[in-house]
Design a protein around this ligand. Sequence first.
Ligand code: PLP
Length: 368
Amino acid sequence: MLRLSKSCIGANEKQAVLRVLNNEYLGMGAEVERFEQALADFFGREVVCVCNGTAALQLALQGVNVGAGAEVLVQSLTYLASFQSISATGAKPVACDINPETLTINLDDAERRLTEKTKAIMPVHYAGGAVGLDSVYDFAERHRLRVVEDAAHAFGSAYCGKKVGAIGDVSCFSFDGIKNITSGEGGCIVSDDAELLAKVRDARLLGVKNDTISRFQGRRSWDFDVDGQGWRYHMSDVMAAIGLEQLNRFPEFSEKRRGLARLYDKLLEDVHFLTPLKHDYSEVVPHIYVVKVGASHDRDKLRSQLENQNIQTGIHYKPNHQLSYYRDMTIDFPVTEREYLRLLTLPLHPDLSEDDVHMICSVLKLLE
Ligand SMILES: *Cc1c(COP(=O)(O)O)cnc(C)c1O
């Protein structure tokens, strides 16, 4: 079976984990400090690591004072984690429609859903592209909103020549097993806002104030104060050790992902019932490779035909406004509902070969 996505783990990651196990200090310590430093060098900004991308989003929102009574604009077509991170703060995720070409938040639609309570907007860098980021920031400035970017797909991508995370208000990344780099599970918050970062550092360790420095030295504070709600959302040294090795391999991973996506683009020009989601791969490091299925074909039938040929596919994503917990029928979602039924994600990960992509595209050609 050609897998849709997978973790790509080499000898260095395995050795790094063993090294940490041999230390017999598995919590948040020196490895997390090193990983945060390496990421800070990567982004040119301070970074706080946490246990996963969802926790990063939740803590970032809380760090900019989004909580009960607030509303956050977010596209309905995103991973459930975007929505859950907002509702975890007590705030309400306000589902918005998307632009059909880019599958990113439609700001005209978002404007219709603004209320007095709207405090933030969460753009999702779908598939890895931070498309239209400037207009999101213009919109946020006009309406006095904070911007918490769900950059889970966009590790290593650039926008107008600058790294996602190196620009903007707050960016949150995920290092879960299938993301552009992994630390097993994991995530991080990147920002220039020192006050936000201080809050997030405390909140990840039960709200204990200024505990991070002690932890990095293998100690902890015994006499401490807490002035707000915190969680056990810190990253462990085992995770950070994997993340450090993956970061070293990122140049190799990003070239591989870009090359495979370019190859798909080229070979699918001959498969007329499919329209790839277009990106500029000199900027974007693709996390997923998404195509739209033409009206001549049934998306779900196509998926099972591919499955029969041992090609695993995915659907990114079921719209969140269709879930019982987040159901919202106050204003409709014509573009999201139409595009959702056409979306299909083809295999993409650094262990996929060019031959695999040729094979997948020739199977698709035969199904035309
Ligand atoms: C992966 C992902 C997240 C959450 O990250 P986790 O590390 O899995 O918690 C959030 N948003 C999007 C769009 C994602 O793909």
